[in-house]
Design a protein around this ligand. Structure first.
Ligand code: HEC
Ligand code: HEC
Length: 383
């Protein structure tokens, strides 16, 4: 990263011939160390390169994505004709619904995740029950409490609704498959092709990161000091980057951060249940609907997952982009504001955590201004 080294050199390294100290950063810019700068660079660039998904042969076909967009808003895909994907994944709310838990969901009492940047995700769902965007789009179609169809009823709906049948033929350039599962999987793949186009916008953080990379300290100083201090906490003492890593601010894996997982009538087993569902599914990357078959490099991950007791109560590490638009937070929507999340990490109950989480997480005991800084940084990840 030569650009980064140059950026550091402009104000962190002594000019060789001079006895004077390095020029201080301009007012309004913290003196981030080279190590901190490297960590900051690792949260970009944004937007990232599109992630290939060979398991979906139509993933990059524009006409299919356009048809997928119309399906996403079409309540005719649901059993009662009243619910569309967009009912819960609303474009004006970063493709979630603003509710603690989705109305009508019977299984996990889960918060509706934003669909922005979901094409970058390796595992989908709070418990990682899916290994592709199209499989995660198929399940709601067939889930009671969501779109409430069966393969048969949705196959019949597609064939019996001329506009939907014509749309399929125009997009896929072929007649409707006679096999219901093949047809419904294609519908899910079209929905996935559309969702893969949903990329979150650049944010004040991205402008700051890129300004540092260019060595443009004047532009970098436009990023509020409170957000800079929060960023320093995030990558430093807070150890947030251990899990919220990379351009999307997630390592894509699962952890227990001490959120309660009791739900009315039982527990939400999180990753434990998610892995069981993934491995039992006919629609995972090891199954016959993977368009890349055995050649799919991403099938390896699914082949090698092992169900272990520690997965119980682990949930997927969410990305943090557009966070300001996606309240309430956590798998169960139990924290209403960004400040509540900061408070959670500040006062963690360390004894409650699994052995795994314990080593990374510890109560941060932030004072008020540190908590405000961390919240300001988290807000700067939204536009
Ligand atoms: C009743 C509200 C509701 C409807 C309708 C709905 N979803 Fe969802 N969606 C959810 C909830 C809740 C989750 C989280 C599920 C979980 O973690 O088990 C979710 C998860 C997802 C995910 C995984 C996202 C991620 O980042 O892990 C995708 C993809 C998705 N939905 C696509 C769709 C599509 C496509 C449709 C329409 C066919 C749809 N959803 C309909 C509520 C809904
Ligand atoms: C051990 C891994 C780990 C570490 C370290 C970690 N997080 Fe998290 N974070 C998670 C997981 C897992 C969730 C989701 C938990 C759930 O839903 O039960 C989460 C959820 C969140 C959310 C809510 C996002 C949403 O859309 O619901 C925010 C905000 C957040 N973390 C910020 C932070 C901050 C700030 C730090 C540092 C103080 C931090 N995290 C440290 C794993 C981690």
């Amino acid at each position: 990263m030569p650009a980064l080294l140059t950026a550091g050199a402009t104000w962190a390294v002594l000019p060789a011939a001079s006895q004077t100290r390095a020029p201080p950063p301009p007012a309004g810019l913290l003196d981030f160390s080279p190590g901190e700068q490297a960590q900051i660079q690792a949260h970009g660039p944004w937007p990232p390169a599109a992630r290939e998904d060979a398991s979906n042969r139509v993933a990059k076909q524009t006409t299919v994505a356009q048809w997928g967009a119309s399906l996403f808003f079409d309540p005719r895909l649901s059993g009662n004709g009243q619910l569309a994907c967009a009912t819960c994944h609303q474009p004006a709310r970063a493709f979630q619904d603003g509710l603690p838990t989705a109305v009508g969901r019977l299984d996990g009492q889960r918060n509706t995740p934003s669909l922005l940047d979901s094409a970058q995700a390796r595992w989908l769902g709070w418990g990682g029950s899916h290994d592709s965007l199209w499989a995660a789009s198929l399940t709601p179609l067939l889930t009671e409490g969501e779109m409430h169809q069966t393969l048969r009823s949705l196959g019949d709906r597609m064939r019996g609704t001329p506009e939907l049948a014509d749309g399929y033929q125009a997009a896929f350039q072929q007649a409707l498959p006679t096999d219901d599962a093949t047809l419904v999987v294609d519908v899910a793949k079209a929905l996935a092709a559309y969702q893969a186009t949903l990329v979150s916008p650049r944010t004040p953080f991205d402008d700051f990161r890129d300004a540092l990379a260019r060595g443009d300290t004047a532009a970098a100083a436009n990023y509020p000091l409170t957000a800079q201090r929060g960023l320093r906490l995030f990558i430093g003492e807070g150890r947030c980057t251990v899990c919220h890593a990379g351009p999307r601010f997630t390592n894509g894996e699962f952890a227990d951060i001490g959120m309660p997982f009791f739900v009315p009538g039982g527990v939400d087993a999180g990753r434990y249940r998610g892995l069981q569902q993934l491995l039992q599914s006919d629609y995972n990357r090891l199954g016959r609907f993977n368009d890349a078959g055995a050649q799919d490099p991403r099938a390896v991950g699914t082949r090698h997952v092992i169900l272990e007791p520690r997965h119980f109560g682990e949930f997927r590490v969410p990305g943090l982009r557009q966070l300001s638009e996606t309240a309430p937070y956590m798998h169960n929507g139990s924290l209403g504001r960004i400040e509540d999340v900061v408070q959670h990490y500040a006062e963690l109950n360390e004894e409650r955590l699994h052995a795994d989480g314990e080593r990374i997480l510890r109560a941060l005991h932030l004072n008020d201004s540190q908590a405000a800084d961390l919240a300001a940084f988290l807000r700067s990840l939204s536009r």
